[in-house]
Design a protein around this ligand. Structure first.
Ligand code: SF4
Ligand code: SF4
Length: 349
């Protein structure tokens, strides 16, 4: 997430829209990854799991996704699963339409299926492939989406790689540098994103990072970023990653996004993880990116976060900004369009 996206997101909020939409487009996935939150028993609140949900396909899925987009008018749409590529035919209709409308989109996949070549040409589309560690871990955790299979499916495409760091990866010195070196050298890779495993409240899994492991990453990830610029782990980002929001109410990402599961009606709350996430241990890259940018100063002591979280009586904040010193970035976001005052009385609580 770039600064301009956060600022445009704020513009969307002012207009009563939802800047970020995440949709689980299918309940199906051929993988069985340990620690997968999407198939966790509490992901959808406990009454039903993703596997039990009546998902959609064909025209119902295409029209249902576009209906959600019409309703929320997002800046960015993330399409996840399950494994979204099992609905590649429907995505092949949805993604060009999102691109045509000027909406940024992202497909998050295990890389189990080849990415259609025409997608790579689509403006504003990012395909993110989850590669969780070196082959000794990844090939076990994410079988059958092994390194060999993924490399074959990526040939000739351009993608971002997403690494979720788990406790099991701290096996030997140099592990993360080996990962960064390997994927940085691949011509298919534009950027490498890093998340930390994000547990639920009270979870004591083998994936959960210890305080010492988190501490080690504070120095290691920025060092690797300097050596391998494709790895997007600057010092500011890593600080945000290691100091997550205290609760969903403090989480900029959670407050700027809406998340739907595979029936296109069930909400995933309070964020993409669903259930009862332990925000104090959150390592979500999207949340960290939003947190990092929202901590940036706009003017004097005023930070982006203050505008977003200030009172949540957005209308009064806007009225103040419109009538008083109006930051230049507001003008850039809005262009010639003036926010409708009747629409800004929204609350993000
Ligand atoms: S590929 Fe994704 S959705 Fe499928 S089991 Fe693994 S983590 Fe879960
Ligand atoms: S993204 Fe992280 S910090 Fe935000 S609500 Fe979810 S678990 Fe909490």
């Amino acid at each position: 997430m770039q600064t301009i996206h956060i600022l445009k997101s704020w513009g969307k909020v002012l207009l009563g829209h939802t800047p970020m939409l995440s949709i689980e487009v299918t309940r199906e996935c051929p993988l069985r990854c340990p620690g997968c939150y999407a198939f966790g028993s509490d992901h959808l609140g406990g009454e039903m799991t993703l596997r039990e949900l009546a998902d959609k396909r064909g025209d119902d899925l295409v029209n249902g996704v576009l209906d959600l987009v019409d309703r929320h008018k997002p800046l960015h749409v993330t399409l996840v699963g399950g494994e979204p590529m099992v609905r590649h035919r429907e995505l092949g209709r949805i993604l060009p339409e999102l691109s045509r409308r000027g909406i940024f989109s992202m497909v998050v996949t295990s890389g189990i299926l080849p990415i259609p070549y025409p997608w790579i040409e689509l403006p504003r589309l990012t395909v993110a492939v989850s590669i969780d560690g070196l082959p000794e871990h990844h090939n076990v955790r994410r079988h059958p989406a092994t390194y060999e299979r993924i490399l074959g499916n990526l040939a000739g495409r351009t993608v971002n790689i997403h690494l979720t760091i788990t406790a099991q990866m701290f096996t030997r010195p140099g592990y993360f540098e080996e990962y960064a070196r390997f994927w940085s050298a691949r011509p298919e890779v534009r950027h490498i994103w890093v998340s930390l495993y994000s547990p639920q409240q009270g979870e004591q899994s083998a994936e959960r990072l210890s305080p010492a492991q988190r501490e080690m990453l504070a120095a290691e990830l920025p060092r690797l970023h300097r050596l391998y610029p494709k790895l997007l782990t600057s010092a500011g980002y890593v600080r945000a990653l290691l100091h997550p929001p205290a609760s969903p109410a403090d989480c900029t990402f959670s407050r700027l996004s809406k998340n739907y599961s595979a029936d296109l009606r069930t909400h995933v709350e309070p964020c993409v993880f669903g259930g009862n996430p332990d925000c104090s241990q959150c390592g979500c890259s999207a949340s960290a990116g939003a947190q990092w940018v929202s901590g940036m100063r706009l003017a004097g002591p005023l930070k982006v976060r203050h505008l977003m979280h200030g009172s949540m009586a957005v209308g009064s904040a806007v009225a103040h900004l419109q009538d008083a010193a109006r930051p230049a970035w507001i003008e850039r976001i809005e262009g010639s369009a003036k926010p409708d005052r009747a629409l800004v009385q929204i609350s993000m609580d």
